[in-house]
Design a protein around this ligand. Sequence first.
Ligand SMILES: [Zn+2]
Length: 81
Amino acid sequence: MAQPYIIVNEHSSQECAAMDAGIPKLPDQWKGTNFYCTCPGGVHGYFIIVEAETAEEVMRLLPTEFHAGRTKALALEIFQL
Ligand SMILES: [Zn+2]
């Protein structure tokens, strides 16, 4: 059963620009998903919240360009405050 995962990435400033090449390779079901980028503040990284069956599936669907630096997919529980 699909559930939410958050992709958490940290990368160096040098790895930033190369990630753009991965955008066209994102799976169709992730198109239109919010991309939370912390690069402008000087902490290079991003977060994406997606639906998937397993963390392994998330990592497999994520284009290699987006694996720059350290990347992990964490099962996510979402609730309102
Ligand atoms: Zn960056």
